[in-house]
Design a protein around this ligand. Structure first.
Ligand SMILES: Cc1cc2nc3c(=O)[nH]c(=O)nc-3n(C[C@H](O)[C@H](O)[C@H](O)COP(=O)(O)OP(=O)(O)OC[C@H]3O[C@@H](n4cnc5c(N)ncnc54)[C@H](O)[C@@H]3O)c2cc1C
Length: 381
């Protein structure tokens, strides 16, 4: 594609930063428009598997992420009542060799600070909340809440689960509340007063689960996310304050090893969980979607951010390779929809690493080199 093509990325999340970084490296002038005034260190962790780390390596930021987060020794699945180990995967030099990269846990705020280094300095326009799009024959106009107006040739909607770009492309449709909330808490390890916990454990109950992991190689900060059923969420707010008592009450019957951890949690907040039904139309005209803007999923496989980052890598390759925008978008969709659909399905089942699991297809995947798939031919052609 002509390197003079004006590309606007809406949203400086995981997917937006990835696609912008790669397109800039391919010689395109790209601006990222972000509604927030700056990146903040919101209280949550994130798991980045080898398929993601390979992408971040190409953006030159893998080592910074490794230095900031932690490569856990292993991931352990345990039964809520007996504490029995249902599955364990060890992460070491041999697994890194096999998967082509490490498995990494990190604070989201720390991740974002590093991601910012993967894009050209000054290419993020903060305080720009997209409110409207207007497509004409020659360009597409982006209108922001600060009254700024920008013309572009291509708009990449990387604006998350409540995507304005998606709304323009597919019409308004609120995301689906899945009937569950996540308690989230971060606390310093010292409050455990010497009580030792593994690097990363998922506790599996009949209708709820809880994940606890360190976020730094010093093992001085613990992240806990516990998902429980809640039929209703009657608020537009992204979260509400929670409490240690509410968290413990929701996991009261769980194994003492877990309760020992929950007893020291502080700063608990409660987040409703949303997703959308699978929908395989990700583009139209000058617009293309990636990440949660087109396929938000339940956070049960640590796959949503990974899919956004993989999307960014593949979309940038398609835009760099094909002259025609529509053709680039079709190859991008053809390459991505099946894999993303599998991750969506497994996230709904909540079955990932519950018991013996084939992880190679997920972790060994490298979106920077995987063969791009041609658009499906119409039958009869
Ligand atoms: C509780 C929970 C735990 C999770 N844990 C993991 C995990 O461990 N591993 C993993 O891979 N995934 C995880 N996920 C999923 C992951 O967080 C998302 O899939 C990922 O953040 C999607 O990235 P994105 O770039 O598409 O969107 P986002 O990260 O949501 O970024 C969207 C960006 O767009 C901006 N924006 C929105 N609207 C506008 C607008 N109108 N104008 C301008 N800017 C706008 C937002 O401010 C934001 O910066 C988890 C999700 C949840 C809810």
């Amino acid at each position: 594609m002509n390197r003079q093509t004006r590309i606007a990325v809406v949203g400086a999340g995981l997917g937006g930063m990835t696609v912008a970084g790669f397109l800039q490296r391919a010689g395109f002038a790209v601006t990222i428009y972000e509604q927030a005034p700056a990146f903040s260190r919101i209280g949550a962790g994130i798991i980045l598997s080898a398929n993601v780390m390979k992408v971040l390596r190409r953006l030159g930021i893998e080592q910074m992420i490794v230095d900031t987060g932690i490569k856990p020794d292993s991931y352990i699945s345990r039964a809520w009542d007996t504490g029995e180990t249902m599955y364990e995967i060890e992460f070491d030099a041999a697994s890194e060799q096999r998967f082509g990269g490490p498995y990494l846990n990190i604070h989201r705020g720390d991740l974002h600070a590093v991601l910012e280094k993967g894009v050209a300095p000054g290419s993020i326009a903060f305080n720009h909340r997209l409110v409207a799009l207007d497509e004409t024959r020659d360009a597409i106009r982006l209108v922001f809440d600060n009254d700024a107006k920008v013309d572009a040739d291509i708009v990449i909607g990387a604006d998350g689960i409540n995507s304005k770009v998606r709304e323009y492309l597919l019409g308004p449709e609120p995301p689906r509340y899945i009937g569950a909330v996540a308690h989230r808490a971060i606390f310093p390890t010292e409050v455990l007063r010497g009580y030792k916990i593994p690097d990363c454990t998922k506790w599996w109950g009949p209708d709820r689960h809880l994940l606890a992991y360190f976020m730094t190689s010093k093992r001085d900060e613990v992240y806990v996310i516990g998902v429980v059923p809640r039929p209703q969420w009657n608020s537009d707010a992204a979260s509400r304050p929670g409490s240690r008592e509410e968290l413990i009450a929701d996991f009261a019957n769980f194994h003492p090893d877990l309760l020992r951890v929950l007893e020291v949690t502080t700063d608990v907040s409660v987040w409703p969980i949303y997703d959308r039904e699978r929908h395989d139309r990700w583009s139209g005209g000058r617009i293309v979607l990636l990440g949660d803007a087109c396929h938000p999923m339940r956070p049960y496989m640590a796959g949503g951010g990974a899919m956004a980052i993989e999307d960014g890598a593949i979309l940038s390759r398609c835009l760099a390779q094909f002259d025609d925008t529509a053709e680039a978008y079709r190859w991008y969709e053809a390459t991505r929809v099946d894999r993303v659909g599998d991750v969506q399905r497994i996230s709904i089942e909540n079955s990932w690493m519950r018991g013996p699991t084939d992880t190679d297809w997920f972790y060994c995947y490298d979106p920077c080199v995987v063969e791009l798939k041609p658009e499906p031919k119409e039958s009869g052609q």
